[in-house]
Design a protein around this ligand. Sequence first.
Ligand code: FCB
Length: 420
Amino acid sequence: MYDVFALPTFRFPEGFVWGSSTAGHQIEGDNIHSQVWKKEQDAPYAKSGKACNHWELYRQDVELLAELGHQAYRMSIEWSRIEPQEGHWDEAALAHYIDELERLRGKGIQVFVTLHHFTHPQWFEEKGAFDPYDNLKYFERFVSYLVPKVAPYVANWHVFNEFNLKMDPGVGRWKFNMIRAHALGYHVIRQHSKAPISTAHAFVDWFPRRRHDKLDNAARDYIDWCTNDFFFHAMRTGELTYPHMDAEYDADVKGAIDYWAVNTYVRHMVDARHAKFRGKRFAHKHLPMIKEPFYLEEMFPEGLIANLERLTDKPVYITENGCACDDDRWRIVWIALHLSALSEAIERGVDVRGYLYWSTMDNYEWGTFAARFGLVHVDFETFERTLKPSALLYRDIIRANGLNPEITRKYLKELPTLGG
Ligand code: FCB
């Protein structure tokens, strides 16, 4: 049911924070010392290259955020720029980030900083990244170097972005290390900053392909534990539990989180009759909004309500939510439906403090430029930025601190169709 014209007016609590999200590797360009860059060079898919050329155009992009009325902005600081070679600190790169942070502060924009958004230096990768526990010392050294220098500009921290989704057999030890690396980051940050700290969690709604089938339901619960509860439980209790692993308790992990940072997009179907559990979506919900096959091809905003109701013990920020579409009208539909669901979650008692749309601008989507998530269109040849109607709709939403049918009708004349 996509009839967003029929939605009632809803307003968000006073002080609710509105903004958007990005990640360094996906917009900056030339992130040449990272392991992802290295991997891209021999890969059959698109390379990040100059991405959005944000590294050069960041001043203009800060102006754009202010023009669009964004009150918050999530960005990551690239470890591989700060420490391109082991133990070598690039002060020019640090100064660059500080200039960006200062400009954002000058515009009154609260900054959410992520310390590790999938990418890290190639030299760290060659040492085995987070696989050996002993390597956490390199991450700790980076965090200890960076945090005191940028802390004055940071309103909210994310130690990591989304390490929760991996669930292949044998990943348990790595997951324990990631939880401990998060906790380690938490405690280092806490020494230098009073700002709230979290790790952005990819909160997928797992859905049994066959509701009547015990095995699909069991597989769903199993995956939900491996990807979701594993993290929440560790943060709440200090107990690290994962299938085929002896549980461990770590006092440093318990409570090492101040708010839940939720990245939320879709549900995934769980089919226990497939080795990797991946099930087909219901055909009538399948929504290929871009021409290439992409994994986010459904709108399921009600999943957001069910998921958030599991997080009532701390404040929540939606730190990513958005859709990749060629026809911007789908984005308007997406935003309207998801904000409606979010407002219902708040009514049901979830303490949601803010919403960051993914993404500020079209970006490099880990192998493709075809999946355009942006409020702002980017021409990947000229790097010209152009506002999409959804960016203006979003500015009106921010001004109204909510949505009403007049705003929707101003930007959406009719519902889009995939039927041509
Ligand atoms: C999230 C990632 C982000 C982006 C969006 C679409 O899982 O955190 O970098 O790729 O998905």
